[in-house]
Design a protein around this ligand. Sequence first.
Ligand code: PHE
Length: 451
Amino acid sequence: MEQRAHWGSRLGFVLAAAGSAIGLGNIWKFPYITGENGGGAFVLVYLLCVFLVGLPVMVAEILIGRTTQSSPVRAFRKLAGEGSNWISMGWLGVASAFVILSYYSIVAGWSLHYTYLSLTGNIVTLDPAEFEPLFGSVFASPTLNLGWHTVFIVLTMAVVLGGVSKGVERWSRILMPLLLTMMLILLVKGATLSGFGEAVDFMFGFRTDKLTAAGALEALGHAFFSLSLGMGAMLTYGSYLRKDDDIMSASIIITVLDTGIAIAASMILFPILFTQSMQAAQGPGLVFISIPMAFAQMPGGGFLAPIFFGLLVFAALTSAISMLEVVTSSFIDGKNWTRKKATLLAGGLIFVVGIPSALSGGTALFGTNIENVIGMNWFDSFDYLATNWMLPLGGLGIAIYTAWRMDEAIRHDHFLAGTKLQTFYKAWLLLLKFLVPVCIVLVFLHAIGLI
Ligand code: PHE
């Protein structure tokens, strides 16, 4: 039996897991869904979802990983026994990694393209009216999307090929401090803009009238996405921990960092928008249309634009690494393959699954335009499927298994091992048993239109 790989240090694990959590979800998605939901009250509901639902599930995932020292499929096989239906939860995680990474890579590709454009000075010289058509043309171009999709998947594979401590951990140690520094530079800039006060009011002024039930449920789905829960990414990273590592405090740090970065990203984007008198509710185009437009009009924009898009690329990369690692480690555990073989095959397959998303804006695939069939393009349907169904379902399975099925002695022992925060055990279990499943079921009932 080959020895399981482990993190080189505790900090390495926290940085890698925070790197998984902090991604396009924080910088691209959180600000625009906050904008669409009117700010304030939505932010409060999001915080509740993160700490009362997300955090308990994160602890459960890492705990299952550390206990079994296995990737998702083998973890459930070990815990629930050969032939158990719970093993399908592990497969669901692997499937989610395929679905999410395939379209995530396309957004990361746009970020790479905009980094390239801003580094070559091609962003700040444009007229305000040119930004929408620019994004439209990028979205519609099969060559650009396929090209950058290839570059991004190859970069992700290169890191994962290096292994746990020499690849994932090493690159997280380099990329995360860079990301935090870039964020800080942009935040300082945001705080000096005249729109900063308006942005603070937008984010923290609790206008409850703007909040809808749909908005609250969107907050919950996004909490799962943003914390990388429900697909076994945290489980897999947890499987590289040793028994004396502290799961509870690491989970708190990761959750606080992830939430802090989402709020910081909004405090970068909204002041820029409000200073230029633009609207907050702009949807997915916010980061690729309004923000470059604002950079083009503001002093220092030529310097800030590459920092901002570079930040997006780094954030996307550390998240993508964790998704590829789920599939790679499943191949290694399940088939006894070498890391090289597992990474090349996993990356190659995900690349192929991403092709329809890469072509979403342009060519119809095999002569059918999926949009005419299901009313959404590939890209949107993958995002919808993953965020509204696959991740919550995975989270539900993990919560129910840990709270209701797992052996009490094992669960208790593994929660206590390595942590000083032992008093949290009861509260954690209570949330996992009742509040978490109820909230997730509400998301499903809403998704099928019952509430
Ligand atoms: N958490 C990442 C983000 O916010 C996305 C992600 C989801 C990564 C699921 C891994 C697993 O962008």
